[in-house]
Ligand binder design. Sequence first.
Ligand code: PEP
Ligand code: MN
Length: 336
Amino acid sequence: MIIQLEQGIDTKRKEAIVQRALSLKYKTTEVKTQLGNYLIGIGKNEFDIRELGHMPGIQDIHIVSDNYMLVSKKWKVNPSQIDLGDGVVIKQGDFAIMAGPCSIENEEQVYKTIEHLKENGVKIMRGGVFKPRSSPYSFRGMGIEGLKMWYTAAKEAGIKIISEVMQVSQIAEMYDYTDIYQVGARNTQNFNLLDELGKVDKAVLIKRGISGTVDELLYSAEYVFSGGNEKLMLCERGIRTYETSSRNTLDLNAIPVLKDKTHLPVIADPSHGIGIRDYVETMALASVMAGVDGLIYEIHEKPEEAYSDSAQTLNFTESAALIKKMRKVFDLRESL
Ligand code: PEP
Ligand code: MN
């Protein structure tokens, strides 16, 4: 059960609600976010909602049958929006495009990518400076200095940025130089990291774990939300299956399922989802039709020279064509 408390409720009233819930065999946890104050009640007892509902300080009570609660659509039917400032909002009905290299490599690459994004009306640039690599000998990113250089250039151009945070200590390090924290597929169930991201007032995108289920992704989101941060979105980026003809299997099924289960924006990443440049466009367009609120994909002026994920990276011509097609498909979907 979710008990929505009135803003500014005093401690005495709150304690009375906690005690009444306990007497009904519901143990409560308080959650304070940027937007609300909630008591999450966990218990099995059936009870007459009027026994609680009349208490002063309660705005609303929702019985949620899902085990994840705050991210569920069962209590919040309206889709959530993430306002990044300067008119950039990620929300249902306004298709968000995030494109950029797998790794930030140097200043020239950053400027060229920004130019490409501006030419095509894209407002969010992706890029990694802390790279999770399968081999320790691969390029592991420019680190915080690369992030500072990139953020400064992007800010000047009016572009927002999204970058992966790999560990708790990087949250504070990155805070002044990023607009969206990306939680990578290898960290989806790093619960310490998720707890700490709950404490920041900045957007977070959580990727689905490499072998993670849809429900596990929703539980991960619940960690961040219940930690206090509602500025959250989810990303389908392909899962590991027995199939070897592509890098991962982009789970298109997950898109309508997630859209049905949660009020959070849902994003697709076809670059990691299929891992093969020639098929990225098809899977991007299929994701749009499946119902995503945005797309994140990898680009490079010379993909064959990219320091990481070269095989799945589009060049600027391919990216410009994809942007046009995605917008068309999005308009078509919205008109159906
Ligand atoms: C990335 O976005 O470059 C990345 C490493 O993604 P994922 O965590 O989905 O593998
Ligand atoms: Mn990558």
